[in-house]
Design a protein around this ligand. Structure first.
Ligand SMILES: [Zn+2]
Length: 76
């Protein structure tokens, strides 16, 4: 993991610690599972949505990591 200095305060997505201004941090993208339906929001039926209509999709999100966590992760 490459580290860079942050110019704003961030939260480490691994230990939930605060990464203060000027501290080094790394970034990593992770996939987050989300359930979605094939209907767009305004076309959704009013009644309960049946199970078959849901599908699991993964959205990719960039997470911030503090230096200690990032280094630990780099060892693995
Ligand atoms: Zn951390």
């Amino acid at each position: 993991m490459k580290f860079k200095k942050t110019r704003l305060e961030r939260t480490c997505s691994n230990c939930e610690g605060t990464i203060k201004k000027g501290d080094l941090y790394g970034q990593k993208s992770k996939s987050i599972p989300m359930m979605q339906t094939s209907w767009s929001i305004d076309r959704r039926p009013q009644e309960e949505i049946p199970d078959w209509a849901w599908e699991k999709v993964y959205i990719s999100k960039t997470a911030d990591w503090c230096k200690p966590c990032g280094e630990k992760e780099g060892v693995r």
